[in-house]
Design a protein around this ligand. Structure first.
Ligand code: PRP
Ligand code: MN
Ligand code: MG
Length: 184
């Protein structure tokens, strides 16, 4: 599939599976009896987080519920501008709920820092973030991310939810995109 477009496998299916189990165990420690004020609420950020969200939910040993948000940052497709627009908001009120934002990747961190500010104003009982991937730029940010799967180099990665021009999300692993695809 996608013959020639993927330069290398950065993180294999097995590595993703192992890391997800590890993260799930760490997250479960933070919510020892589940979330007392109703189940832990996973908030997935469409569309990139879908596969990680569903795998994480099934790996977690505590009951969870799922909500999704879709946001879009204005600007070019390869970098974020920091101006974020809600394309699809949460269906439910999160006041008093224990909320865990689930992201696939933090790159500039702009999407996430905006999202944290936005969801904080809705008065959740707690608000944490788990991301499968984090790029170097994001480590400079003051964004408090409780759980990070992998810190990865500053390369264009696709697969397991991550896209380039909406393609490659369906790859079961995370790979680096061959520069020929984006005209490099
Ligand atoms: C990607 C990724 C994160 C965000 C990270 O989403 O899934 O949500 O960008 O970038 P940042 O840290 O620089 O803000 P994208 O906007 O491409 O939408 P998608 O999830 O639908 O692909
Ligand atoms: Mn996304
Ligand atoms: Mg994208």
């Amino acid at each position: 599939m996608y013959e020639g477009d993927i330069a290398s496998v950065l993180i294999s299916e097995e590595q993703i599976r192992d890391k997800t189990a590890e993260l799930a165990a760490a997250i479960a420690e933070r919510y020892p009896n589940g979330a007392p004020e109703g189940d832990l609420l996973l908030v997935g950020v469409l569309k990139g987080a879908i596969f990680f969200m569903t795998d994480l939910a099934r790996a977690l040993p505590i009951p969870t519920q799922m909500e999704f948000m879709a946001v879009s940052s204005y600007g070019s497709s390869t970098s974020s501008s920091g101006v974020v627009r809600i394309l699809k908001d949460l269906d439910k009120d999160i006041a008093g709920r224990h909320v865990l934002i689930v992201e696939d990747i933090i790159d500039s961190g702009l999407t996430l820092s905006w999202l944290i500010r936005n969801l904080s104003t809705r008065n959740p009982a707690s608000l944490e973030v788990v991301t499968l991937l984090r790029k170097p730029e994001a480590t400079k940010l003051e964004v408090d991310v409780a759980w990070v799967g992998f810190d990865i180099p500053n390369e264009f990665v696709v697969g397991y939810g991550l896209d380039y021009a909406e393609r490659y999300r369906d790859l079961p692993y995370i790979g680096t995109l061959d520069p020929s695809v984006y005209g490099g």
